[in-house]
Design a protein around this ligand. Structure first.
Ligand code: UDP
Length: 240
């Protein structure tokens, strides 16, 4: 069931059900895409109507950040928990490996997607990584053609938001893939270039703090978390 968080529709599913729903999309006719909103997405969507539309037309919209869960709570709409894009991607790759499905990795700096491909091939035997491309290209058409030629079932689109969501909605249907997933900086994680927070920090909902300590330059971006919570509180008060 979708829940509205400040204008953005969010699927309220535990991780295992989100992965099941994502995997089932591979058997449905047509093209599908998954988005993973965090507080930055929600603030962007409030001033960027086309972005909000693209988010709300996604087949699955998973709450990547704990800030989305808190904002929903303030609005009186409890979510079952956050569903980090990286965890969703790992669950999906496990299912894809079991079925010999084909995955294309798009995004990040030159060399990163290839490095991630190497790591993922050994971590998920059976998964076919059928192509890679960096995220700093000028024209879409050659990239779309390359994905089509690779006969990918799934494309991980890691160009940062909102670029990756527009890219999926606009180009996805021409790639021939059944599913695209917008995953931000995940290729840097899969390549081993960026470390995730230890599990205890993740469970405590403090992954954002760990990331901030390692990359203090993200402070400006993370300052959006309290703004979203404030917006949620204002919306709740007004609504009442
Ligand atoms: N990126 C890209 N093309 C661009 C801009 C960004 O491929 O034109 C990549 C960037 O190298 C990084 C990812 O997109 O790997 C975005 O990371 P970000 O920190 O925005 O994502 P988050 O970690 O917040 O999900």
């Amino acid at each position: 069931m979708k829940k509205d968080v400040l204008g953005v529709q969010i699927d309220d599913l535990p991780l295992s059900e989100a992965v099941d729903a994502g995997f089932q999309l591979l058997d449905k006719p047509g093209f599908h895409y998954v988005v993973t909103p965090n507080p930055e997405f929600i603030l962007e969507a409030r001033k960027n109507e086309p972005f909000r539309q693209v988010l709300n037309h996604a087949d699955l919209s998973l709450p990547d950040g704990i800030g989305v869960v808190y904002a929903a709570k303030i609005l009186g709409k409890t979510l079952q928990g956050r569903t980090p894009g990286v965890d969703f991607a790992q669950g999906l790759m496990t299912r894809m490996a079991g079925a010999g499905k084909r995955l294309y990795l798009l995004g990040a700096k030159p060399g990163v997607a290839e490095k991630a491909a190497g790591e993922l091939k050994s971590r998920y035997p059976g998964l076919v990584i059928c192509g890679t491309h960096d995220g700093y290209f000028q024209e879409d058409a050659p990239v779309v053609d390359d994905i089509r030629a690779s006969r990918a079932d799934v494309v991980f689109v890691c160009l940062g938001a909102p670029k990756q969501e527009f890219w999926m909605a606009h180009n996805g249907p021409n790639t021939g893939a059944a599913l695209a997933v917008g995953l931000g900086g995940c290729l840097d994680v899969f390549a081993g270039n960026v470390k995730r927070a230890p599990e205890a920090w993740q469970k405590a909902g403090l992954e954002w703090l760990y990331r901030l300590i390692r990359e203090p330059s993200r402070l400006g971006r993370m300052a959006k978390l309290p703004i979203v919570l404030l917006d949620a509180a204002k919306a709740r008060v007004t609504w009442r």
